[in-house]
Design a protein around this ligand. Structure first.
Ligand SMILES: NC(=O)c1ccc[n+]([C@@H]2O[C@H](COP(=O)([O-])OP(=O)(O)OC[C@H]3O[C@@H](n4cnc5c(N)ncnc54)[C@H](OP(=O)(O)O)[C@@H]3O)[C@@H](O)[C@H]2O)c1
Length: 328
């Protein structure tokens, strides 16, 4: 089968389309014929050598895919999945390939009314957003901030937080991305190149933000802690702005604030399976009824994986980048 690996870390030219033996499903696993695979920012980091896959996950890139169940391994006979079923998979690795093996708990049905190529870009962002907004206990009436509202995580976060009933602030880097954030429900869309802090504070009527889903890390640590409301939660999931900053513990203590950092990829299968069930129960119905619209996609065939990485890396992409692998 065709698969994408990175023999030596580097730029997009380091991505190698190669022929690998077909994986076999072990106990509790399914073999999936991949139709499409989502491209995530973490894949760029892995390609550069900064984000190695968890032990045993293999060298093929790709954290999510859509496709069809082709074969079930031993101990999977709970009746939920049969060969031929369309499915989505949350992966530790392996989505950029003709076939991938995945624990059955990390399979989900596609949301109703969404084709398999579009759905390939939904799993990783839905799982990340839902699991982190659960941890942050975001509730109706609270103020929520996410950066990069027109990106993969940001576009899902805006829509899911609105569906919960939160007041949503988003940042983005260009006028068309800001318009997109408004079009999917952001109450405030403001450029991160201008005074977004004052605008967000105004939105909260000076009380501060209850939950921040942070894809930037160190760059905004001081600003974020300064913006938190009493009992506010800052959940760090991305480190695009660096890993080390200064934390004002005095302010955190006064507001009884919390700073949390999490990653989805390294969680054990049981936890990922629980997150998948949560996505199925709480996000897919919102996608099916139109409350959450899949983000726009830029698509590339698997063999043009280098161009796909360049597109995401350019910062110009709106929504998701997706690799098409085989016929839906
Ligand atoms: N911890 C986890 O489990 C987990 C899971 C999934 C993703 N993540 C992380 O989440 C982040 C987003 O991933 P993604 O796949 O959604 O990538 P993406 O679509 O490329 O989104 C990145 C976003 O960051 C925004 N951004 C760039 N520079 C910024 C700045 N100076 N200030 C504010 N925003 C800025 C961009 O906004 P513009 O495009 O408007 O410039 C873009 O929308 C990545 O760091 C990824 O590693 C973490």
């Amino acid at each position: 089968m065709l698969a994408v690996t990175v023999p030596e870390p580097g730029g997009p030219e380091a991505l190698t389309v190669t022929d690998l033996p077909m994986p076999r499903p072990g106990p509790g696993e399914a073999l999936i014929r991949v139709v499409a695979a989502g491209v995530n920012r973490a894949d760029l980091l892995q390609r550069q050598g900064h984000y190695p896959p968890p032990p045993g996950a293999g060298d093929v890139l790709g954290l999510e895919c859509s496709g069809y169940v082709e074969e079930l391994g031993p101990d999977t006979a709970n009746g939920q999945w049969t060969a031929g079923d369309p499915c989505l998979a949350l992966l530790a690795a392996g989505g950029y390939a003709g076939h991938v093996v995945v624990p059955v708990g990390q399979l989900l049905p596609p949301p109703e009314g969404v084709d398999l190529v579009t759905a390939a870009g939904l799993v990783e962002v839905a799982a990340t957003v839902v699991s982190n907004l659960d941890i942050a206990e975001l509730k109706a009436g609270q103020v929520f901030l996410v950066h990069g509202g027109a990106g993969g995580i940001g576009s899902m976060a805006i829509q899911y937080a609105k569906a919960i009933g939160a007041t949503v602030a988003a940042t983005a880097g260009s006028p068309d991305k800001l318009s997109y954030c408004r079009s999917i429900g952001a109450d405030l869309a403001v450029s991160y190149k201008h005074d977004w802090i004052a605008a967000v504070r105004d939105l909260s009527a000076g009380r501060g933000v209850n939950v921040i889903l942070d894809v930037m890390g160190a760059k905004y640590l001081g600003e974020h802690v300064g913006l938190l409301a009493t009992d506010g939660r800052l959940v760090v999931i991305g480190l695009q702005g660096g890993t080390q900053g200064t934390l004002d513990l005095g302010r955190l203590l006064r507001i009884r604030g919390r700073v949390i950092a999490t990653t989805l990829r390294s969680r054990p299968v049981e936890q990922k399976s629980t997150v998948c069930r949560r996505v199925e129960e709480s996000v897919w119905p919102l996608v099916a009824d139109g409350s959450i619209a899949p983000a726009p996609q830029t698509r590339f065939p698997l063999r043009e994986v280098g161009a796909a990485h360049r597109q995401l890396e350019s910062g110009d992409n709106l929504g998701k980048v997706v690799l098409t692998v085989s016929k839906p």
